[in-house]
Structure formats: C-alpha cells, structure tokens
Ligand binder design. Structure first.
Ligand code: B12
Ligand code: SF4
Length: 445
C-alpha cells in the first residue's frame, strides 16, 4: 500500500504591493517543520517546502498539507490552503502565527483544522484522527509538554543549498536547536509567554548534545528565548557543549552580565554571537511594555559584559514606542555606534493580535491597517505617539543606514579591534540588505 503523503509548508509572505516575496537563499532554516516531520509517524511520507526559497506545486499528489508560520505569513497561508482546497486536498494549520490570527483563520473557512499550541505529544493522535476520518476543526494543545525524549529534527528534508553558510562551516547551513521553552517575563508585545507559558521547561542536556552530534553541524542557532535564564542549568549546558567544538549564537537577557563567569564559559563553549533584547535606551519605554527587567541593567554594562567575554553583541531594538521621537531614535543609533555594538537589529513597534499592546492600540484607534502581511515588524502598522508614521519609517531606515554605513563599520572595527572575517562578512551582508531596502533579518539573502 502506498504511504500517505504529507506536505509541510512554511509560507512566504506578501510585500506592500501584494507580490509574493521570493529569495534565492534564506538566512537560516526554521526548526519547526523539520521537527514536525520528525514527530510524524512512519506511515506517512513527508516533504517540506520553504516557500521563500522553494517553489510550491499545487498539483503535486499529496494527501494532507500542514502549514506553519509567523503572523506575517498567515495571509499567504490562507491563499495556499485555498488553492489546495480547490484540488480537494485538506490542510491543517498551527504555530504562533495561527495562534495570533485564529479568528481570521477560522473565518477564512479554507483550513480543515486549526491547532493551537505545542503538539509534541499530540501530533500523532491528530494524524490518527485524520486517518480515521474524524479530524476535528480545532485542537487545543495548551498543556505545555515536557521536553524529554524528543525526536531528531529532519533537516535532511530541506534543500540545504538554499541556506547561507556560516564562515566557520561551509558545508552545512546554520542548524537551529532548542534546549528550552517558556519565559517567566511576559512582556506586553511578545508572544513567548502567552504561547509557551511562564514555566521554563528544559530538554535534558545529554539529548541536546546528542542532537547536535547527530546533525554533524558546526554552527548552531539555539532557539531558546533566553539560554541563560537559569544560570545553574546554563553552566551545565555550556560545560557539555565545550567538547563539541562548535560555534553558536543564542539569545540572552541583559541581566546575564551579572554573571561574568557564565559569559566566559558561554564563550569557551563556542558562543560567538549574543542577541540581546535591549529594545530601548529609554526606561519609560521598557516600563510601558512590561519589560522592566531590562531597564534595571545599564547599557554600558551590557556592552562591557559581552565584550569582556569575547562574544559579539547584536542589540535588538524596538523603535516607535510611546516615548520615542525622531531624535530618540537618532541618539539611540549614535549610542550603539559609540559603544561599538557589533550589530543592531532594530524593529518597528508592532502590536501583534492577542497581546496587551494590540488591545491597547485597538482601543485607542491607533492601528493604521490590518494587512497582516505587513505585521512583519519592519513596517509601521500603528500610529506612533510622538511622530507621524512616515517620520518613524524615515528614522528607522536612516538609523539602519547610518549604523551600517561604511564609515560606521570601519570605525567600529578599528575602535573595537574587531578584525574577524565573519564579523566583516556579517556587517557587509547586513549593509547589503539595508541598501536593497530589506531588513537585515527579513529572512532572504
Ligand atoms: C528562531 C526564531 C527566529 C529565527 C528563525 C525564524 C524561523 N523561520 O524559524 C529568526 C532569527 C530568523 C527569526 C526572525 C524573526 N522572528 Co522569530 N523566533 C524564533 C524563535 C526564538 C524560535 C522559533 C522556533 O524554532 N521554535 C521551536 C519550534 C519547534 O516551535 P514552534 O515553531 O512554535 O512549533 C511548535 C508549535 O508551535 C507547533 N506548531 C508550529 N507550527 C505548526 C504547524 C502545524 C500544522 C501544527 C499541527 C503544529 C505546529 O508544533 C511545534 C511543536 O510543539 C521564536 C520564539 C519561540 N520560542 O518559538 C521567535 C518568534 C517565532 N519570532 C517572532 C518574530 C516576531 C520574528 C521577527 C519578525 C523578528 C522579531 N521582531 O522578533 C523575525 C521575522 C523574520 C522572518 N520573516 O522570518 C515571533 C513571532 C510572533 C508571531 N505571532 O508571529 C516569535 C514567537 C518571538 C516573539 N517574541 O514573539 N526568528
Ligand atoms: S521579550 Fe523576551 S523577556 Fe519578554 S516575554 Fe518575550 S522572550 Fe520573555
């Protein structure tokens, strides 16, 4: 008997002119679909389309489509499901984007099933329902499963040539690995606590090590939202990573600089880049979105902490919060240059549906439109308080261009004695993206 065919799709999204965004290469593969493919029982034959870089053939002979995505991918996901529906092929959607836009998805009527939450322990049962013709319209998997004994993600199903390579590992794309889920902080603009819960859940460290060895990759992106939130566990993890001789990037909260020994150990275990959600240098902004824990750490100490540990600091910023003016944005960028930050990743304040920020902006009638393709965190979707939306857009791009100007790159390299080839390649890649009018983290390359 032929195996059932299950196609996993990560949709691309539409640009301002409603054109589908395509790219020759992508920045980093998503973990979601290779992981879901690994959770899928053997009676299915699985394949993955990452629509940003792969082409989708609606006439392929398949039995079921499973779609994921972030907020900005959902309008495209709906169009994809509609095309498959026309051909009689059923589809299931899940993930953080579907969680944010559940009403829109249900109203569209094109999906056979919407799954809310983490499916690590329920995917098999959902597929069993599908096999027996009793698939429900909606599953709520909100019990936050423990993370032991997870299967190895199926990165072999991706067209690996489509992803850019790290300088230190030309043979493999960057491989995303998760070691924990959850976040106790619950900031008002973020989905992580809402979706994954306040309680931290950890994968057993030996299983993380086993998965890294299994993929044989030498450059890892840890998907944890704060890899060092529990210093004791982080120490154990970093000690276990050391013998693997990998390089890795991860997200840290700014408070980690209170543990210089831990940061040194992270560096010794291969940490090259830290993404830190600095968000704003204006503490009132941080208090207004319930991110006060970041306001308690001085920015100079953050820079010093990571520099001393030998880890590149990528400072994530949000522009357009209520206390931001054009001058504040300009001064923030100048401060980043002055402090020799290795990269900035600025985002435009975006109230995602389902978050307190969204409810507030909707009540105050500040949402400019509800074209969710543009809720990609680099288009203005809500009226800022102290400038016009055009001024915010202008300041955002001016800030990016200024930070990634030739002068700023060379100045920061010289002052910070930053002469590594990977740093230069990364800075010039970001510069190239900005000059093409693309956000450095837009996904395309
Ligand atoms: C790694 C990561 C990235 C990477 C890789 C992106 C990628 N395509 O995977 C990079 C750095 C490129 C990135 C960029 C951005 N990201 Co990001 N990212 C993450 C992060 C930290 C981990 C994602 C991950 O791999 N998780 C592990 C997998 C296994 O979990 P999962 O996808 O949720 O899947 C589970 C369930 O959701 C469910 N599921 C998921 N899909 C489906 C589908 C079906 C059919 C079913 C049944 C179940 C199911 O099953 C899985 C197992 O339980 C998440 C936060 C988080 N902790 O998840 C943010 C997150 C996804 N990112 C987010 C955002 C906003 C962005 C950016 C816009 C930048 C920004 N402002 O933060 C850009 C967008 C770039 C782009 N256009 O793609 C938001 C999305 C919010 C939303 N509702 O859309 C998140 C949730 C963080 C947040 N602060 O809220 N990101
Ligand atoms: S922004 Fe960071 S600290 Fe705040 S809830 Fe999200 S993951 Fe946690």
């Amino acid at each position: 008997m032929r195996k059932k065919r299950l196609l996993f799709v990560y949709p691309s999204s539409y640009d301002k002119e409603n054109r589908l965004i395509k790219s020759k290469k992508s920045f980093v593969p998503s973990r979601t679909l290779p992981y879901l493919a690994a959770l899928t029982p053997n009676r299915y034959e699985t394949s993955i389309i990452d629509e940003l870089v792969d082409s989708l053939n609606f006439d392929e002979e398949i039995d079921l489509v499973a779609i994921t995505g972030m907020l900005s991918h959902i309008p495209r996901a709906i169009d994809i499901a509609r095309e498959f529906k026309k051909r009689g092929i059923p589809s299931i959607i899940g993930g953080v984007g579907a969680f944010a836009l559940q009403e829109m998805i249900e109203k569209s009527g094109v999906f056979d099933c919407l799954v809310i939450g983490e499916v690590d322990r329920s995917w098999e049962a959902i597929l069993d329902d599908f096999d027996h013709g009793r698939l429900k319209r909606r599953y709520e998997c909100t019990d936050h499963p423990e993370l032991a004994a997870l299967p190895m993600a199926r990165f072999d199903l991706l067209n690996r040539k489509k992803y850019i390579r790290a300088f230190s590992d030309w043979r493999n794309p960057v491989i995303p690995i998760e070691t924990s889920r959850g976040c106790p902080h619950n900031c008002d603009f973020c989905f992580v606590t809402r979706y994954f819960g306040k309680r931290m859940r950890y994968r057993p460290i030996d299983e993380v090590v086993e998965e890294i060895k299994y993929h044989g990759a030498k450059f890892i992106l840890f998907t944890d939202d704060n890899i060092a939130i529990n210093p004791k566990r982080a120490r154990e993890l970093f000690l276990a990573l050391k013998p693997l001789k990998i390089q890795w990037m991860g997200q840290f909260e700014s408070g980690v600089v209170r543990y210089p020994e831990l940061l040194r150990l992270a560096s010794e275990s291969g940490c090259r880049t830290a993404f830190v959600g600095v968000e704003s240098l204006v503490s009132d902004n941080l208090y207004s979105v319930n991110k006060s824990h970041s306001a308690k750490v001085d920015f100079k100490d953050i820079v010093k902490g990571f520099k001393e540990a030998g880890i590149d600091l990528f400072s994530s910023l949000i522009f357009g919060m209520d206390n931001d003016t054009q001058d504040v944005i300009k001064q923030t960028v100048e401060e980043m240059i002055k402090s020799n930050v290795d990269a900035i990743i600025p985002w435009i304040f975006t109230p995602g549906p389902g978050t307190p920020c969204y409810n507030e902006q909707k009540t105050d009638k500040r949402l400019i439109h509800e074209n969710y393709s543009l809720y990609d965190y680099w288009h203005v979707v809500a009226e800022p308080k102290q400038m016009t939306s055009n001024e915010l857009t202008k300041s955002f791009w001016q800030g990016l261009k200024r930070f990634y100007s030739l002068r700023s790159i060379l100045l920061r390299a010289w002052r910070g004695k930053q002469w590594s080839m990977s740093w230069f390649l990364c800075s010039f890649y970001f510069r190239h993206q900005v000059h093409k009018g693309l956000h450095p983290f837009s996904g395309s390359a």
